[in-house]
Design a protein around this ligand. Structure first.
Ligand SMILES: [Zn+2]
Length: 67
């Protein structure tokens, strides 16, 4: 059983530019660290979030995303 990750070129959610969605790109799906930070800032200030994670749950799955 082979699990090969095929890199895909996606649109950066922040700048809409080309972004490589691959293990090499640790900012994926963003194209750069700057775009990632920019988007996180937007989330914090405008509650621009995906509806899958409750924002008021301190023990939510988001904890898994933190370093
Ligand atoms: Zn970008």
């Amino acid at each position: 059983m082979t699990a090969t990750f095929e890199p895909t070129l996606v649109s950066c959610p922040a700048c809409q530019g080309p972004s490589l969605y691959a293990p090499d790109n640790r900012f994926r799906p963003f194209c750069s660290e700057r775009c990632k930070q920019m988007d996180l800032g937007a989330w914090a200030s405008e509650s621009f979030r995906v509806p899958t994670s409750p924002p008021l749950d301190p023990a939510g799955p988001e904890d898994l995303l933190k370093h």
